[in-house]
Design a protein around this ligand. Structure first.
Ligand SMILES: Nc1ncnc2c1ncn2[C@@H]1O[C@H](COP(=O)(O)OP(=O)(O)O)[C@@H](O)[C@H]1O
Ligand SMILES: O=C(OP(=O)(O)O)[C@H](O)COP(=O)(O)O
Length: 404
């Protein structure tokens, strides 16, 4: 049984307020198209086709940052994915918003302004406090139901995420349902065989915490990226050279080395490290080196090498479930995409249960023409995925569960 009510439980005539996560990279004032629009569009379309008046809430950026912009252009992009008109009002909960909501007929869609422009949305607070804010109290009477589809923002206890479910009947949208099920599988499902976690990317502190928290849940870890180099450093290889424009290694090393050393000494048999790495030589070409031949910490390694991809292959093929977090190299540069793409291709070729997490990592799937359908789930969540893996509660999910 689902741990929360879903759209299948939603009364047919309900006027719905839907929380989406359309938070995206902004280029020239416009959101760059990405999976979040496509995924949420399916929920919005389903609600509109069922004849609900659909009013959407979403955030973009954080106050003070360059990407803290209006959602007007987001409405255009959402409209192109939904295939139905998406109206926009540049107001969160004032008179203009109220009028636009009242003018939204059954089957019509309205997007309100960036919720973080409402004074009460931030900061985080407990759900009772958020439910009593002017923002929640003034909007709630216009609706019969609240739908939370924003799994990727569910780690934030903001008004639009935890306040409304205290005052309106609350339901999980389709994205929320699918993300919850896939991302908690490591803790909630029994797999008939080996569970493997592939760890990479730049957020080494976060992913090393994940490894620590997943003791007993994962049989094998395959490492790459910055986290992988920190493990190699702990194993005595002088890698992890900070580039002039990127300080990724030394600071993260200071904060993680004790955990890394403990993981290696106590659970070393679960952990596979790269046997070779790739760097850019003086002619600008990819060159590979065995980690045993690295003598000095003078090169920036930008990918795992081909022998490592070959070594990781059988582990993946022998697995019943594979979870991936973080890229194994700087795949944005085609020369250094082999590790990430090679491993993704191996996963895609198996029929094991597979979850690919992290906004950047999952971008490699479309960048290199892989088919999303070859994976059980490609998550649109970053921080929330990490928290789900480490077993930390997600306040907005807890609110949906509480009311179920
Ligand atoms: N060895 C490396 N050095 C520098 N950057 C790396 C390395 N390996 C992977 N990356 C970078 O990691 C990024 C993805 O990591 P991260 O942001 O932690 O993951 P996500 O957004 O998927 O959660 C990619 O953009 C890639 O360029
Ligand atoms: O994009 C998001 O998080 P993510 O980058 O961890 O996936 C969410 O929209 C949360 O945004 P926030 O980290 O500004 O609260």
């Amino acid at each position: 049984m689902a741990p929360f009510k879903t759209l299948d439980d939603l009364p047919g005539d309900a006027r719905v307020l839907v929380r989406l996560d359309l938070n995206s990279p902004i280029e020239d004032g416009r959101p760059r198209d990405n999976r979040r629009f496509k995924r949420h569009a399916a929920t919005v379309r389903e609600l509109a086709e069922r004849g609900h008046p659909v009013v959407c809430l979403a955030h973009q950026g954080r106050p003070g940052n360059d990407d803290f912009v209006s959602l007007e252009r987001h409405a255009d992009l959402l409209e192109s994915h939904v295939g139905r008109e998406v109206a926009f009002v540049a107001d969160t909960h004032g008179v203009a918003a109220h009028e636009a909501i009242e003018a939204t007929d059954p089957g019509e869609i309205l997007l309100l302004e960036n919720v973080r422009m409402a004074d009460d949305e931030l900061p985080e607070a407990d759900p009772e406090t958020k439910a009593e804010t002017e923002f929640v109290r003034s909007l709630a009477p216009y609706f019969d139901a609240y739908v939370n589809d924003a799994y990727s923002a569910a780690h934030r206890a903001h008004a639009s995420l935890v306040g409304f479910p205290r005052v309106l009947p609350a339901y999980a949208g389709r994205v929320m349902e699918a993300e919850y099920e896939a991302n908690t599988a490591i803790a909630t499902r029994e797999f008939d065989g080996q569970v493997t976690m592939i760890i990479g990317g730049t957020k080494a502190i976060d992913v090393i915490d994940v490894m620590d928290a997943l003791e007993g849940k994962v049989d094998r870890f395959l490492l790459g990226g910055v986290a992988g180099e920190l493990f190699l450093r702990a194993a005595g290889h002088p890698v992890g050279h900070d580039l002039k424009w990127m300080d990724l290694f030394d600071e993260q090393w200071d904060r993680t080395h004790e955990t890394v050393e403990t993981l290696l000494s106590e659970r070393g048999d679960e952990i596979e490290l790269a046997v070779d790495l790739a760097y850019e030589d003086e002619n600008g070409n990819r060159t590979e080196i065995d980690v045993d031949d690295v003598e000095e910490k003078t090169d920036a390694y930008l990918d795992i090498g081909s022998a490592t991809v070959d070594a990781y292959g059988p582990v993946i093929r022998d697995s019943a479930a594979v979870f991936m977090k973080g890229a194994l190299g700087v795949f944005e540069d085609e020369q250094f995409a082999d590790g990430t793409v090679g491993v993704l291709e191996t996963i895609a070729d198996t029929d094991c249960f597979s979850v690919i997490g992290g906004g950047d990592t999952s971008r490699a799937i479309e960048l290199y023409g892989l088919d999303e359908d070859d994976f059980s789930h490609v998550s649109i969540a970053g921080g929330a995925y990490i928290r789900a893996l480490t077993g930390e509660p997600l306040p907005a999910v807890e609110e949906l569960q509480r009311t179920a």
